[in-house]
Design a protein around this ligand. Structure first.
Ligand SMILES: NC(=O)C1=CN([C@@H]2O[C@H](COP(=O)(O)OP(=O)(O)OC[C@H]3O[C@@H](n4cnc5c(N)ncnc54)[C@H](O)[C@@H]3O)[C@@H](O)[C@H]2O)C=CC1
Ligand SMILES: O=C(O)[C@@H]1CCC=N1
Length: 255
């Protein structure tokens, strides 16, 4: 059995990705917060729910998907049943040292999934505490693997990886929205403008993933000499597109 404490945006996305991609919902126990979010998700996906963390004693892996402010009280409640379990926190800003100190006898890890986990196309960075053995890592990956890629990194790189993969769906959504606005400005209807922008983002990402060419080379393939694309690229440069993206990552990183 696996447990989730918190089923909000990211907890709910991971649970949805698991169940929609074949993980047995009977093997999932969820403890939600004060809102109806977890209950609403249960109506769709059919997992078991409990009202107290101590009712999750039967689980061997627990995912903590609450925000920073709820983390301390959740860890206090979890500490009584944590021994021998694998505990993976999604909480941004949590540290392995902080989890280890509270969850004595548990093997702790921190993971930063992104919202595409919901459709099995996620990218999750994960850092394990030193007591994690290969078999433990395999167990966690075999679960999160239902939701997409899982990549282990040293804990000092988890923050930036979480920003590049975890915050950026919002950045890409802004880009898609802006592209769609531009299409509408030039006469496309809204739905067609979104279909075109989203279809392009999926296709260009798939090509970047599968092609032997590098990302700049793929850009060069689109920019015909004297053509329209290079004029658009020059305008993006004029308005500081790359710098805006780098500054967005700096801001997310608190720098
Ligand atoms: N939203 C995202 O894309 C990602 C979020 N994160 C991190 O995950 C954490 C949660 O973020 P979101 O899901 O966006 O927030 P959220 O506010 O949507 O979800 C948090 C959930 O925790 C529940 N909760 C609060 N106290 C609880 C308790 N004592 N027991 C059980 N449930 C409780 C709340 O009712 C809420 O549904 C944050 O620390 C965030 O940094 C990490 C990766 C991606
Ligand atoms: O905005 C946040 O704090 C979280 C971390 C990664 C994505 N969302």
């Amino acid at each position: 059995m696996i447990g989730f404490i918190g089923a909000g945006n990211i907890g709910g996305a991971v649970i949805t990705g698991l169940v929609k991609n074949g993980f047995d919902s009977d093997q999932i126990i969820v403890k939600g917060g004060k809102s109806n979010t977890a209950k609403d998700l249960q109506d769709q996906l059919g997992f078991k729910m409990v009202s107290k963390i101590k009712q999750m004693a039967d689980t061997d892996v627990i995912f903590i998907a609450v925000g920073q402010t709820a983390l301390d009280s959740v860890m206090t409640e979890l500490s009584s049943i944590a021994e021998g379990k694998l505990v993976v926190a999604f909480t941004g800003g949590a540290t392995i040292a902080q989890l280890k100190k509270k969850l004595i006898g548990a093997k702790v890890a921190i993971a930063i999934p992104n919202t595409p986990v919901k459709v099995g196309a996620g990218f999750t960075g994960i850092s394990y505490s030193d007591v994690f053995e290969e078999a433990d890592k395999k167990k966690v990956c075999s679960i999160l693997g239902y939701t997409g890629q899982v990549v282990e990194v040293p804990s000092e790189q988890l923050g930036i990886l979480g920003t590049v993969a975890g915050c950026s769906p919002a950045f890409l959504d802004l880009f898609i929205e802006a592209l769609s606005d531009a299409g509408v400005k030039h006469g496309l209807n809204r739905q067609l403008a979104y279909d075109a922008a989203i279809g392009m983002a999926i296709g260009a990402s798939k090509l970047a993933k599968q092609s032997d060419l590098s990302v700049p080379e793929l850009k060069d393939e689109v920019t015909s000499p004297g053509g329209s694309t290079i004029r658009g690229v020059a305008a993006l440069e004029e308005y500081g597109f790359r710098n805006a993206v780098i500054k967005a990552v700096d801001a997310a990183e608190g720098k």
